[in-house]
Design a protein. Structure first.
Length: 214
């Protein structure tokens, strides 16, 4: 069954406090973005500044050019999962092994231009593959529905891997994305910019669980 997972993408500690307070009333699994300002064009909080409420299941999406410079601190944070991008210049397989040894799930993210077959070892070593359909470091992108075609290619490499989606999830497309085979719909601007985030979250959950024809 698919899940709606709110995204936290902030630049300051105060914004992080505000976001966690807002989400704490309804969210249990949360996706937190960090960025080094190099891999993604935006400087977000780094792993040394992160915190979250007890009981949260946190997926850290690390938009960083060199995972080796961040992995030790990320392991100390003990999130549920860390997602690195396949487009970094480092071999992710050893990093995934280190995460799993620490009891942390490993995720790999694919930008729109990345073909799954070109990163087969990383997919085989991962617990989660995230299809990135948005713009790095920004909320409110448009979902590229053609990216759903990647799911079939990913599943050929690792049939039981969890599939995530990041970028442009909205109430009017959440059903199509979930029924396309996505397990985890990470939602940024649709919830963060809503005047009633809890209601928007509940509406998204209702959408992905409805019965009907795409």
């Amino acid at each position: 069954m698919s899940q709606i997972v709110p995204t936290v993408m902030v630049e300051t500690i105060d914004q992080l406090r505000e976001s966690t307070a807002k989400l704490q009333t309804f969210a249990r699994r949360v996706h937190i973005d960090i960025s080094d300002g190099e891999f993604a064009p935006t400087f977000l909080l780094n792993e040394q500044q992160l915190f979250w409420p007890q009981g949260w299941e946190v997926d850290v999406h690390a938009m960083v050019a060199r995972p080796s410079e961040h992995i030790a601190q990320l392991i100390q944070l003990k999130p549920s999962m860390v997602i690195f991008h396949s487009e970094t210049q480092e071999d992710l397989v050893p990093h995934f092994a280190a995460l799993k040894q620490a009891g942390i799930k490993a995720g790999v993210a694919l930008l729109k231009t990345t073909v799954p077959a070109t990163i087969q070892p990383a997919i085989q070593a991962a617990d989660h593959v995230m299809i990135f359909s948005g713009d790095l470091g920004k909320f409110g992108g448009t979902a590229s529905m053609m990216q759903l075609e990647k799911i079939r290619l990913i599943k050929k490499i690792k049939p039981d891997v969890e599939i995530g989606w990041d970028g442009g999830v909205k109430i009017d497309n959440a059903y199509t994305i979930s029924k396309g085979g996505v397990d985890v719909l990470n939602v940024g601007g649709e919830i963060a910019n809503s005047p009633t985030p809890a209601e928007t979250y509940n509406e998204l959950v209702k959408e992905i669980n409805k019965h009907g024809v795409i």
